[in-house]
Design a protein around this ligand. Structure first.
Ligand code: FUC
Length: 775
């Protein structure tokens, strides 16, 4: 093994090669289709974190289904149940006495939030372009370029040399805060013919009216609806302005009519009156007017250039090459059909980069975090409310953020944790008479924190604590002390709740009531005390607080309490089947759903590093046994989790087999959205994180290169991944399954252990130093 400082001329030369390769690879970062979308899951998503559109690429009618990330049902509400606190001692007594059925029944009757459901995320509505003429398209191509973040439809109406070529380009600009559509028509051989004629109208299933405003603007004004008895409290508006080149433009009160234009630029703004979970005093009309006025002052080229530059600032930080075969030239839906049995490593690359694209498009500083569907939802009653399910799904959304170099996109998640620390403090008082804050297994725009849906699923007090792990991870990757100062009070508040709410069980302190997310230990009963996952999450939370308080030099007494309490959390246990026990008692073999989708007790293996195959091989073997017993196939997100788990066990072939389960039509729609089914975006993010985890791991104080590289990717490279301890992997390259080079930037300095293929070396680094590791 050799270490060398990075030689500059070589770096420059390599940099040049990299840009050339990047340009060549750009077309491989494209989803391509030969037909318009017939279903919503064939349409292509664009988004700027706040505004989203699904682009169908229709021939005679082009539909843009629109979203705005603060348009949810209901209004500010407090879900506390006034009967809950009085019932808590009896619920706990029943659990301690082993009568879990009765405990669950009482929880259901007295302890659940009011209402029992949270508010769903909503669609804004549709914008419909209806083009004149009814001829079929002679040529058709539709694509989403992940590198430019532009969805393009290119088609020809009319045959041969006399045809008119119509091109629509759609993007959602994070710079100008609008969705931009440009449609152009050209007839290369008959300049007089290449003209656009279409009507533009808006519709919505919301309580909304659509009308024109002046000759060039279309408005959709509405109010959100009630849900579960919580009245709607939001106004919303979409404002659409059309700017034509040539031809005419007029309004008829309902629709806009473009006639004989060479091109049309359509600017779409949307907003609601939401300002904060307890403040709905915003003025969407004023916001949209200002947004449209500013955007209309710019040319299409200016809007596009600013959009693309901002997107690429984030997107281009990571490039991945897993090899390329002719399959990469096929339409994307065809590639998904063939992936499991064919040889198409570039589809794994596309899926990986699509996950990064989706995070960039659904979660940016100042927006809401990515929900179960990111920001893309066409329904008023989406599956699971398209909310934030925080017993796995929201966390999974952010698994790729740090390692794939999109760390600032966690800001909305951290903003949500801050909100939950406020609403969750009320919940902690109301339901547990405890300090600190608590959030159960779901939350929504209004930051509701109570147990919902039913005791079987919702009685889980550890959701907020799991979210806090992301705060600590952000610090692990960045070493950003100013961030830690802001994050520490949030983690401390979560820990404070558990210091007060844990109950004794034998020599231990445990959560009660709780569950091992959504898994029953006997038919229909999930309620328990101290499931393994809770103990693992709390070990991490307490350790994060202990270390933070040391780093920040604060709270010595609190730290001492945490150290003492942490020592009383039940340790993980290995059960009779050689498995890692999901519960304190060895109930696993008798649990009704042996192939349950959740692998909650394996949290310790991933995302946590409490079980590390190199440090605790016995527990890793037990986790492996649990994973085998669970089986490989599951819902989309659950497959995503399994990829990460097998990667942590350093089993690349198994991880690859499971990626094949994810990248098949049953779990990946034609537009590469993950199928739970139905669509749920967590599987995209879990899959992206899993591919990264196969190539690079950085827990336990070392950088581990290619820990789970499968045979299917013998030669390749990845650039730009980040690692804990402040490292950026400038380049990792391998050939025939062997690492050929790793170039690493140390941003913080310090010693680092490097591992590849069983060999380890330690190296001191200086902050800002780039070095090359050659095995
Ligand atoms: C959890 C999972 C389900 C689904 C839902 C949104 O409850 O158990 O599979 O993903 O979240």
């Amino acid at each position: 093994m050799r270490f060398t400082p990075s030689p500059r001329p070589v770096a420059l030369f390599l940099g040049l090669c990299v840009s050339l390769v990047a340009a060549a690879a750009s077309s491989d970062l494209t989803l391509r289709y030969t037909r318009p979308a017939a279903e919503w899951v064939e349409a292509l998503p664009v988004g700027n974190g706040r505004l989203g559109a699904m682009v169908f690429g229709g021939i005679h009618q082009e539909r843009l289904q629109l979203n705005e990330d603060t348009l949810w049902a209901g209004g500010p509400y407090d879900p506390a149940n006034p009967e809950a606190l009085a019932a808590l001692p009896e619920i706990r007594r029943l659990i301690a006495a082993g009568d879990h059925e009765a405990a669950q029944k009482l929880t259901q009757q007295k302890f659940m939030a009011k209402p029992m459901s949270q508010m769903p995320y909503q669609t804004v509505g549709d914008l419909m372009f209806t083009f004149s003429g009814g001829e079929p398209a002679a040529t058709y191509h539709r694509e989403l370029n992940l590198d430019t973040a532009v969805a393009t439809t290119r088609l020809t109406i009319g045959n041969g040399p006399w045809g008119t070529v119509r091109v629509s380009e759609v993007f959602a600009s994070p710079v100008d805060n609008v969705i931009v559509v440009r449609v152009t028509a050209t007839a290369p051989n008959r300049p007089d013919q290449g003209r656009l004629t279409f009507t533009l109208g808006a519709s919505s299933h919301q309580q909304a009216t659509s009308k024109t405003d002046g000759e060039d603007t279309l408005l959709l004004d509405g109010r959100n609806g009630a849900s579960s008895g919580i009245a709607g409290a939001l106004k919303f508006q979409a404002r659409v302005k059309v700017i034509t080149e040539g031809g005419s433009l007029r309004a008829d009160g309902q629709q806009l009519h473009v006639s004989g234009a060479r091109s049309a630029l359509v600017l779409i703004a949307a907003a609601t009156s939401f300002k904060k979970y307890d403040d709905v005093s915003g003025d969407p009309d004023a916001l949209n007017r200002a947004t449209i006025a500013a955007a209309a002052g710019k040319s299409y080229d200016q809007l596009l250039a600013a959009h693309t530059a901002e997107h690429q600032r984030l997107f281009r930080r990571v490039s991945l090459d897993l090899g390329r075969t002719p399959a990469a030239d096929l339409p994307t839906d065809e590639r998904v059909r063939r992936f499991a049995t064919g040889d198409d490593p570039a589809l794994a690359t596309l899926f990986f980069q699509y996950g990064r694209y989706l995070l960039i498009s659904s979660s940016r500083p100042g927006t809401q975090p990515a929900n179960l569907q990111g920001i893309w939802n066409d329904s008023l009653t989406p599956p699971w409310g398209s909310k934030y399910t925080i017993n796995i799904n929201t966390e999974m959304n952010y698994w790729p953020a740090e390692i794939t170099n999109l760390a600032e996109l966690t800001e909305p998640l951290f903003g949500m944790i801050r909100d939950l620390s406020e609403t969750g403090a009320k919940m902690a008082k109301a339901h547990y008479n405890a300090g600190g804050w608590v959030a159960h297994h779901n939350t929504d725009l209004w930051r509701a924190t109570g147990p919902i849906d039913g005791a079987m699923w919702g009685m889980w007090p550890t959701g907020g604590a799991w979210l806090c792990y992301h705060l600590w991870e952000h610090y692990q990757f960045s070493g950003d002390r100013a961030f830690l100062e802001r994050a520490y009070p949030l983690m401390k508040g979560s820990a404070q709740f558990f210091l007060e709410a844990l109950v004794p069980e034998g020599n231990y302190l445990v959560t009660s009531p709780s569950n091992s997310p959504e898994n029953a230990h006997r038919p229909g009963v999930s309620i328990v005390a101290g499931p393994a996952m809770d103990n693992q999450i709390l070990r991490d939370l307490f350790m994060a607080c202990i270390k933070s308080s040391e780093i920040l030099g604060v709270d010595a007494d609190f730290r001492a309490k945490l150290i003492a309490t942490r020592a009383k959390l039940p340790p993980d246990k290995i059960g009779a089947q050689g498995q890692l026990q999901e519960w304190m008692q060895d109930w696993d073999a008798a649990a009704p759903e042996q192939h349950h989708r959740h692998t909650s007790h394996l949290y310790a293996l991933y995302p946590s590093d409490q079980i590390d195959i190199l440090k605790n091989p016995d527990f890793a073997a037990a986790a492996r046994r649990s994973l085998v017993l669970r089986g490989d196939d599951a819902t989309g997100w659950a497959i995503g989790w399994r990829i990460n788990l097998w990667a942590r066990l350093h089993e690349g072939e198994r991880a690859m087999d499971i990626l094949r389960l994810l990248l098949r039509p049953e779990r990946t729609y034609p537009n590469l959205f993950d199928a739970h089914p139905p669509f749920q975006i967590d599987g995209n993010f879990g899959g992206t994180a899993g591919i990264a985890e196969m190539l690079l791991q950085s827990h336990g104080g070392e950088l581990h290169f290619l820990p789970a590289l499968p045979k299917a990717w013998p030669t390749g490279s990845v650039k730009g991944l980040r690692a804990r301890g402040g490292f950026e992997i400038k380049e990792l390259a391998w050939q025939d399954g062997k690492l050929t080079k790793a170039e690493i930037l140390s941003t913080l300095g310090g010693n680092i252990r490097l591992r590849h293929a069983g060999k380890v070396a330690t190296r001191p680094t200086k902050a800002g130093e780039t070095f090359v590791f050659t095995p």
